[in-house]
Ligand binder design. Structure first.
Ligand code: TXA
Ligand code: MG
Length: 335
């Protein structure tokens, strides 16, 4: 565990936030026993509830309930062919839903934590077909964030949760980001302050040869070392329908230019390391700090009305690969 959250976030009074265009009122729940109980009750009633994980905020729904899962796609405006990650509190629960094997057992040492495993779906599982988008595999993860853990235990069922942002936009790392994107479309968000890692989980495909489907906080070399073998990375052009694999994703409103070593006069400068800039992902050049700040800073620059963002080069090592993966998609031509 070892996570700390700003104490103010834990003691925040519950506030109601209303979207004028919609009749749904989104509640901001505190990460207290009471708030978590209310969040679990809403999930049980088939409502959508956003909650924190150590990576980003997820938009949770009962993974067994077709109607509620369908509402995730609707709230996000997400193409319905894209499958969702199921969240469970521990390895034992995960084994109820997927076919477990030796490799899964080895990499499960990263659980609870920012790793998602794609494994063959167990036959007879009660997971909604809308969660897997008809695939015979399931993406599953055990988050470490204490609020996520408490919610999953209180709800006592599998929770399907994509990142809690409108499809194609920047992932949320605070409850405010969630409300800015989805207020009026979901029942509640549990506010436990900013997410520790700030980048979506690493996705490892284990249904066939171990394949890195999405780089993330658990690095390819962490996984290679654990499994004692090289891990293939999925080629970018491959046919899988994964939104995180779409060329344009995590996109701010502004145009994004990467690997900027000089700045143009009309650009807002997002730096890394010891450079003169408007906002610095990590002045000391620390990749963990940069990952934790990335989405929050893109949200901040969007809110400031920046039209062009130039970003310093980020080293392509360790967590830098996941940062560059997200930045490349943020900079890609929009559909
Ligand atoms: O950190 C995270 O993983 C966050 C938190 C909330 O857990 N969730 C997240 O979910 O990033 P989402 O939906 O934004 O991304 C899930 C990715 C998508 O690219 C999806 O296509 C892929 O996982 N995925 C889900 N099921 C899959 C499957 N059976 N095979 C291959 N890819 C799958
Ligand atoms: Mg996402």
């Amino acid at each position: 565990m070892g996570q700390t959250y700003p104490s103010t976030a834990l003691h925040q009074p519950e506030r109601r936030v209303t979207n004028m265009q919609s009749p749904v009122e989104t509640q901001r729940l505190s990460a207290t026993n009471d708030g978590i109980r209310r969040a679990a009750d809403l999930l049980a009633r088939g409502e959508l509830v956003a909650f924190p994980t150590e990576t980003v905020y997820g938009l949770g729904a009962d993974a067994r309930n077709d109607r509620t899962v369908a509402r995730i796609y609707e709230a996000k405006g997400r193409p319905s062919f894209n499958p969702l990650i199921v969240h469970v509190p521990d390895i034992e629960t995960a084994k109820r839903y997927v076919q477990w094997d030796k490799q899964a057992e080895l990499v499960a040492q990263f659980w609870p934590g920012p790793l998602t495993l794609v494994l063959p779906l167990k036959s007879g599982s009660d997971i909604s077909k809308l969660v897997t988008a008809g695939l015979d595999t399931l993406a599953i993860r055990v988050p470490e964030n204490p609020t996520a853990q408490a919610l999953l235990r209180q709800f006592a069922g599998p929770v399907a949760a994509p990142s809690a942002n409108p499809s194609g936009q920047i992932s949320p790392t605070t409850a405010d980001h969630v409300l800015n994107g989805l207020s009026g479309r979901i029942a509640a968000v549990v506010d436990a302050g900013p997410c520790r890692a700030g980048l979506e989980s690493t996705i490892l495909g284990l249904a066939n040869t171990p394949t890195l489907l999405r780089p993330g906080p658990v690095t390819r070399s962490d996984l290679a070392e654990c499994l004692g073998m090289e891990i293939t990375a999925q080629p970018p052009q491959s046919a899988i329908s994964a939104p995180g694999q779409l060329a344009s994703h995590y996109a701010p409103n502004a145009a994004v230019r990467l690997n900027a070593t000089t700045w143009r006069p009309d650009e807002t400068r997002l730096g890394f390391g010891s450079v003169d800039c408007d906002l610095n992902l990590s002045p000391s050049g620390n990749l963990t700090e940069a990952a934790a700040n990335l989405f929050a800073y893109l949200h901040k620059l969007d809110a400031s009305g920046a039209e062009k963002i130039a970003v310093s080069p980020i080293p392509e090592t360790g967590l830098g690969r996941a940062i560059n993966d997200r930045l490349t998609r943020a900079a890609a031509p929009r559909p």
